[in-house]
Design a protein around this ligand. Structure first.
Ligand SMILES: NC(=O)c1ccc[n+]([C@@H]2O[C@H](COP(=O)([O-])OP(=O)(O)OC[C@H]3O[C@@H](n4cnc5c(N)ncnc54)[C@H](O)[C@@H]3O)[C@@H](O)[C@H]2O)c1
Length: 265
């Protein structure tokens, strides 16, 4: 499938997990990708894999590495986002698809959640996503069949204890996606959210959510996917993101797609 031939894609969080898997998937479908992340090491790993040197090497195919550029960017820093998106437009020659995969998960009892922790989670996940969209809008509106894919979470619609800041940030992304779809549909710009859950990544099976030591597991009513043997790989989400950013998703906007193996059906 070469749905991305000639398509210019900016992906945040491209240095790990689902963002990285999306970079490889879109490269494999012929796209040009500019991946940004706050982690330089993560981006190097992604680029090495695209060049066939990483562990495991990506299966993006011949010439994939030549269609990938990377840059360190903290999406919660307004000035850095202004400069970073301008650099992306220059590297790609425009933007047709923006994938906002960068995010952080921090957990704590809410009565022990400091304002710093709250602001950090909202600042990266919600404000960072807003800043990326705001700065990329002029390029997207000039782009070819443009799309923005945002990252919500099952936490936005289903109760996950100890994660009130994270849930609020992801609920905000979902609501913002609806508002943006209403505002820009007439100009042909689509906005969709994915709501993953139970996906292997740095955030889950890697560092993990850092749950409180005295976590009451009985509060987690739904943890196990109905499909498969446990958590799924990040490529399961990357395939859906690739569909949404392509013409296969041409009639989808202002909504969210849950990808959690049926954990929350
Ligand atoms: N893994 C899951 O089950 C799951 C569930 C629901 C939602 N999500 C969402 O999927 C997205 C991807 O996460 P993942 O699971 O692949 O985790 P991950 O930790 O593997 O990847 C997140 C990436 O975002 C980057 N990042 C963090 N802060 C940043 C910042 N300020 N600026 C730029 N980059 C930054 C990290 O360095 C990392 O490379 C996130 O938005 C996450 O909230 C994941």
């Amino acid at each position: 499938m070469n749905r991305y031939e000639g398509r210019r894609v900016l992906i945040t969080g491209g240095g790990s997990g689902i963002g990285r898997a999306t970079v490889h998937r879109i490269l494999a479908e012929g796209g040009r990708v500019h991946a940004v992340d706050v982690s330089e090491t993560g981006l190097k790993g992604t680029a090495d894999q695209a060049a066939g040197h990483g562990h495991p090497p990506a299966v993006a195919g011949q010439g994939a590495a030549g269609r990938l550029t990377t840059a360190v960017l903290d999406i919660s820093d307004e000035n850095a986002v202004t400069d970073g998106v301008a650099a992306a437009v220059e590297a790609l020659g425009g933007i047709d698809v923006l994938v906002n995969a960068a995010g952080i998960l921090r957990s704590a009892h809410t009565h022990r959640t400091t304002l710093d922790l709250w602001n950090k989670v909202i600042g990266v996940n919600l404000t960072g996503t807003f800043l990326m969209i705001r700065e990329a809008l002029p390029a997207l509106l000039a782009g070819d069949r443009p799309v923005v894919v945002n990252f919500s979470s099952t936490s936005a619609s289903f109760a996950h204890p100890y994660m009130s800041a994270y849930a609020a940030s992801k609920g905000g992304i979902q609501s913002m996606t609806h508002a943006l779809a209403a505002e820009y549909s007439k100009q042909g710009l689509r906005f969709v959210s994915v709501a993953p859950g139970s996906i292997e990544s740095g955030m889950t099976t890697g560092g993990g959510p850092g749950l409180p030591e005295d976590t009451d597991w009985s509060l987690f009513t739904k943890l196990a996917p109905a499909l498969g043997q446990g958590f799924a790989g990040p490529e399961t989400v990357a395939g859906v993101v690739a569909m949404l950013g392509s013409e296969d998703g041409a009639f989808i906007t202002g909504t969210e797609i849950r990808i959690d193996g049926g954990t929350h059906y």
